[in-house]
Ligand binder design. Structure first.
Ligand SMILES: Nc1ncnc2c1ncn2[C@@H]1O[C@H](COP(=O)(O)OP(=O)(O)O)[C@@H](O)[C@H]1O
Ligand code: SF4
Ligand SMILES: [Mg+2]
Length: 398
């Protein structure tokens, strides 16, 4: 996009739906355009990964769902209810159903409270009796791998980063949320501990029937846990879609550059484009038209003049780019002509860009128009390949 649009939204089935979200921060130097008309949705039981360079607006987007920052504009629906217009009282109730965990687990925990009290902090607010809280605390600590006596009376500063994140996860789950927003939950942890925490989140997601928004700048981590992925750049959406499609055949030049700029285990599968160059422009004065144009190897005049809308490049994959990498080659009769109606070939030399006007009769540009069986997230989130299994008890937790 880096552009705007809602073609990738999947309608009323979504548990969370964010439309045209704008969050701006007035500062002495001007107005920081942290998030500019970002839209996405998350289906029940799905994990949506949000990925992009530091400063692209990932955390702001996550925080906006809970209205932790003032929203400049936009609509947020959760389970059929508007969050953006909810009263303060109703917002407090809704926030129980949407819990968030953060990058710095130790800092997110009250330094003066014991582990066993922290995990049921939320229950105290609801007025649950002490016996209920004590039982819930023991059960939750067990579930996050900190069971037994060893951790219950510890203070946050006595915990490792991984243990503290387990406590934070336990505290979030004690309220039985429907949606868990994970903001870089493993970025501050050692790699071996990252795998344990990711596996724990995966296990608990299944056990608690959670829907998850997983924010990270680490592409590998996002791919491992996500059904769908949203790629952001400078407060805008670049690409959205099934994570395998987006990672294996990115349509947006920024996604491709991101993939090229990190060593991925599957990099041998053909990401050969130029790595990301140049500095991120200032969010105080982002480029007109496509915000990525100052760093984009495919930029043309049109990119400065017109902001590209989010359009479907093929079923299950959307990009906001005038000249996307994966061209649309959807046939006239997708349902009957071939079992695989929509295919994209890599980078044709003559790339006639996929736009809404290219083939209006054949190219669906709304979420409703996806051919059956192609567009939806494919089952449960993938487990992290090769990750260390979550230890059953507190011993050895990182
Ligand atoms: N409270 C704030 N005041 C001013 N600018 C902010 C504030 N919070 C975030 N920003 C700016 O908004 C942009 C997006 O920030 P953030 O959402 O934290 O990005 P990310 O999580 O992707 O690293 C950044 O330029 C950041 O500096
Ligand atoms: S080709 Fe143009 S619209 Fe597409 S990402 Fe590059 S600058 Fe943006
Ligand atoms: Mg962040």
């Amino acid at each position: 996009m880096a552009g705007s649009g809602t073609a990738h939204l999947r309608g009323s089935d979504a548990l969370l739906s964010v439309r045209d979200l704008v969050v701006e921060h007035p500062t002495k130097g001007g107005v920081v355009q942290a998030v500019s008309k970002v839209s996405f949705d998350v289906l029940p039981g799905e994990t949506l990964g949000i990925v992009g360079e530091s400063g692209c607006g990932k955390s702001t987007t996550g925080r906006a769902v809970l209205r932790l920052d003032r929203l400049t504009a936009g609509e947020i629906d959760f389970a059929g209810e508007r969050i953006d217009t909810a009263s303060a009282g109703r917002l407090r109730e809704l926030r129980r159903s949407i819990q968030m965990i953060f990058q710095d687990p130790v800092a997110s925990l009250n330094p003066r409270r014991s582990v066993k009290d922290i995990v049921v902090e939320g229950l105290s607010v609801t007025g649950a009796p002490k016996e209920q809280r004590t039982a819930a605390s023991a059960a939750i600590l067990q579930q996050v791998g900190l069971g037994g006596e060893r951790f219950a009376d510890m203070l946050p500063r006595q915990l490792s980063g991984g243990q503290a994140q387990r406590v934070a996860i336990g505290r979030a789950l004690a309220l039985r949320p429907r949606l868990l927003i994970c903001d870089e939950p493993v970025s501050a942890l050692d790699v071996s501990v990252q795998a344990q925490i990711l596996n724990l989140i995966e296990e608990l997601k299944a056990e608690f029937e959670l829907t998850v928004v997983f924010i990270a700048h680490d592409l590998g981590v996002v791919r491992a846990v996500s059904d769908d992925v949203l790629v952001m750049y400078l407060g805008k959406v670049c690409e959205f879609g099934d994570s395998d499609l987006v990672y294996d055949s990115p349509a947006h030049p920024y996604t491709r550059a991101l993939l090229d700029s990190v060593p991925l285990t599957d990099a041998g599968r053909g990401f050969t484009g130029p790595a990301l160059e140049g500095d991120l422009p200032s969010p105080l004065d982002p480029p007109a038209g496509c915000r990525f144009r100052t760093r984009c190897p495919r930029a043309e005049e049109r990119c400065a003049a017109e902001e590209p809308p989010v359009l479907q490049v093929r079923p299950g994959q959307y990009a906001a780019c005038h000249f996307p990498l994966a061209p649309v080659t959807i046939t006239a009769e997708p349902a009957s002509a071939t079992p695989e109606p929509a295919t994209a070939t890599a980078e044709p030399a003559t790339a006639e860009p996929a736009t809404a006007t290219a083939e209006p009769a054949d190219v669906p540009t709304t979420g409703e128009a996806k051919p059956a069986g192609e567009a939806e997230a494919s089952g449960p989130a993938k487990t992290l390949g090769g990750a260390t299994p979550t230890p059953p008890g507190g011993d050895g937790t990182a």
